[in-house]
Unconditional design. Structure first.
Length: 309
C-alpha cells in the first residue's frame, strides 16, 4: 500500500505527465503522422516516430525520475530532493514536447519540420531546471526534514612528534550514473555537436560516483573518481576539524557546492568531515568513517599548534 508521503510524490509525477501532454493535445490536429523526432547536424529533421507514440516520451522521463527517488529518502519516506528529481524530468518532458509540437506544427510531412537550434536546447535545459526548482520548493513544505545533530565531536587522535601517519577514506554512490548517465541518453537525440554533451555527462557521472579523502601531515586532500584532485587544504591552514552529519540542502544540493561560508563535495547525506580554515571558511566532504579521519586531522592540528607555541 502506498503511504501518504509517497502518494504525494506520485501525484506530483502524474501532474508532470499531464502537463507534458498539454502541448501535444493542443497541437494534435496540426501535426503530421509520423512526426519528426530527431534532428541532425544542421538542425534538419532526420528521424521520425508515429504521432501516437510521442505521448510515451514524458511518461518514460517522469518514470525515470521516480526510479531515482529511491536514493532520496529518509526513514522510508521521500524527500524534497525526490520531488526535485521528478520535477526535473517532468520539466524536461514539458519543454521537449512543446518544442517537438512547435517544430512539427503545420508540416505536411515530418521532413518539412522546422529547424532545431541552440535556443531550443536552452529551452530544454531551462525547463528542466525550473521543474527541479519548483519540485524542491514544494517538497520542502511536504516533506520537512527530521531534526538531526550537526556534529559528532570525538576526541582527537594523539600524534607524537615526528610520527608519520595518514588516513584514507572513500565514499561511493550510484545517483550520478542514474541521473547524469541516463540524462546523457537524451543528448544523443539532440542534433550535431550537442551529442558531445552526452560524453560530458558520462565523464561527470564517473567523477562524482566516488570520492577519496586523504588525511596526512600535509593536511587534507580530496580526489574524485579517477584520481582527479579537487581540493587540498595544507595543515597550516586548518583551524579545526570535526565529523558532522551533513545535510545536502544546507550546501545547496549534490556535487561540488559553493556557498557564502565555504564549499563542499557532497555525494550523499550523512557522515562527513568538516574543516574550518584560518580565514573562517568551511570545507566539507562526505566520506565513510568520517569520525576517524576528522579525529586524526584534529590530532595533527594539535601537534602542529603545540610545536609552534
Amino acid at each position: 500500500m502506498v503511504t501518504k508521503g509517497w502518494g504525494r510524490l506520485l501525484a506530483w509525477a502524474g501532474l508532470m505527465v499531464l502537463a507534458s501532454w498539454l502541448p501535444l493535445l493542443l497541437g494534435w490536429g496540426n501535426l503530421p503522422d509520423p512526426v519528426a523526432s530527431h534532428w541532425g547536424l544542421g538542425g534538419e529533421a532526420d528521424g521520425s516516430m508515429p504521432r501516437l507514440m510521442v505521448g510515451v516520451l514524458p511518461v518514460l522521463l517522469v518514470g525515470l525520475g521516480l526510479l531515482t527517488t529511491s536514493l532520496f529518502r529518509v526513514e522510508g519516506k521521500p524527500t524534497a530532493e525526490a520531488m526535485a528529481m521528478v520535477g526535473l524530468m517532468g520539466g524536461l518532458g514539458i519543454t521537449l514536447m512543446a518544442i517537438l509540437v512547435s517544430l512539427n506544427s503545420g508540416a505536411v510531412t515530418w521532413q518539412d519540420a522546422g529547424t532545431f537550434n541552440w535556443l531550443h536546447l536552452l529551452g530544454v535545459l531551462g525547463g528542466a531546471a525550473l521543474g527541479a526548482f519548483v519540485g524542491y520548493a514544494i517538497g520542502i513544505r511536504w516533506y520537512p526534514r527530521p531534526a538531526t545533530p550537526d556534529h559528532h565531536v570525538g576526541p582527537a587522535i594523539a600524534v607524537a612528534p615526528g610520527e608519520s601517519v595518514f588516513w584514507i577514506g572513500q565514499c561511493s554512490v550510484r545517483w550520478p550514473w542514474l541521473v547524469l548517465g541516463s540524462s546523457s541518453l537524451l543528448f544523443l537525440l539532440m542534433p550535431g555537436w550537442w551529442k558531445l554533451q552526452a560524453v560530458l555527462f558520462v565523464v561527470l557521472a564517473f567523477l562524482f560516483a566516488r570520492v577519496y579523502v586523504k588525511v596526512s601531515g600535509d593536511g587534507l586532500e580530496v580526489r574524485l573518481g579517477g584520481g582527479v584532485r579537487v581540493r587540498r587544504i595544507p595543515l597550516d591552514r586548518v583551524k579545526s576539524a570535526q565529523a558532522i552529519d551533513l545535510e545536502p540542502s544546507g550546501w545547496g544540493g549534490w556535487g561540488y557546492r559553493v556557498v557564502p561560508s565555504g564549499s563542499a563535495v557532497v555525494l550523499r547525506r550523512g557522515d562527513a568531515i568538516q574543516v574550518n580554515t584560518l580565514n573562517d571558511r568551511r570545507f566539507a566532504v562526505t566520506v565513510d568513517d568520517a569520525a576517524t579521519g576528522a579525529a586524526l586531522l584534529a590530532g595533527l592540528v594539535e601537534r602542529r599548534q603545540s610545536q609552534t607555541s
